[in-house]
Design a binder for this molecule. Structure first.
Ligand code: HPA
Length: 276
């Protein structure tokens, strides 16, 4: 194994050990990463058993973005131990790919077989008004970066678990699906870039998720990706984009997103799919 991969895994083991110690929960089964727009939904997932700053755990960086709270909770969802990250580290923070994927690696080391990755993003479908939840069917990694180290060939054909998406459709048959295109950011896209995204088959644009999904799969976890459309993508409305609008859409949708997450978590299978 590449030395950098070994080191990333060791760091995750260390963080998981401290997490078990401080939270009093030896193992978790499901991890949830709450991105912009989703943090207000955290309280609806279950009963908080422990609430820590991510910086209480080794190798986590403090958050820089408003709306990304930088906390990690152990939550009891009707008996299921769920690890909930309120906020994440982004590529544009320039801390490197291992900082971006440390929460997912720590989740795997803490025992999680499934991870739910959420984000706030721009939508390309004019029917998706701000506040629309969209399941991620697939992604295009437009960052030029990889979160894996060395000659580590990972199959990501079915990265966003078909069976977990089917389960979400049972809960809400109207949930649309989209292809998420991750840009590095931190600038939003230009209208020409959005035209390109449409041409290459993308329907959601954001600055997270793909790196974490790839690492989760490389560690054998089953991945569910959910986007909250916080704005129509650049150039679609004639209005400029801003981060405040992203946060406001999240606040407005918090109860619905929390209820959706809570229902999905309770319906998850006990075991990861064998193809994961
Ligand atoms: N583009 C990129 N990232 C985003 C957007 C967007 O339009 N909205 C929220 N995050």
């Amino acid at each position: 194994m590449h030395a950098s991969e070994l080191q990333a895994r060791e760091h995750a083991q260390q963080a998981a050990a401290v997490l078990a110690d401080l939270s009093g929960v030896a193992q978790h089964q499901v991890a949830v990463v709450l991105g912009s727009g989703w943090v207000p939904a955290a309280d609806l997932i279950g009963t908080t058993v422990s609430d820590l700053s991510v910086t209480d755990l080794p190798h986590f960086s403090p958050p820089v973005v408003e709306g990304h709270a930088g906390r990690v909770r152990s939550v009891d969802a009707d008996g299921l131990p769920v690890l909930v990250f309120l906020g994440r580290t982004h590529l544009y923070e320039e801390r490197g790919v291992d900082a971006v994927t440390h929460a997912v690696r720590t989740s795997a080391a803490a025992g999680c077989h499934t991870v739910i990755l959420t984000n706030g993003c721009g939508g390309l479908d004019p029917q998706w008004l701000p506040g629309t939840a969209v399941l991620i069917r697939d992604h295009i990694n437009f960052t030029g970066a990889s979160p894996l180290h060395g000659a580590h060939f990972v199959d990501i054909t079915d990265l966003y678990s078909p069976r977990l998406r089917a389960l979400c459709h049972e809960i809400d048959p109207n949930l649309p699906e989209g292809v998420y295109v991750q840009f590095r950011g931190p600038m939003f896209e230009t209208p020409a870039e959005i035209a390109m995204v449409r041409a290459i088959g993308g329907s959601l644009v954001g600055m997270s998720t793909a790196m974490e999904a790839i690492v989760a799969r490389s560690l054998g976890m089953e991945v569910l990706g959910m986007s909250l459309v916080t704005n129509l993508a650049a150039g679609m409305t004639g209005e400029p984009l801003n981060h405040e609008e992203v946060l406001a859409a999240g606040q407005a949708a918090a109860t619905r997103m929390g209820a959706l997450l809570a229902a999905v978590i309770r319906a998850l299978p006990d075991q990861p799919s064998t193809s994961a």
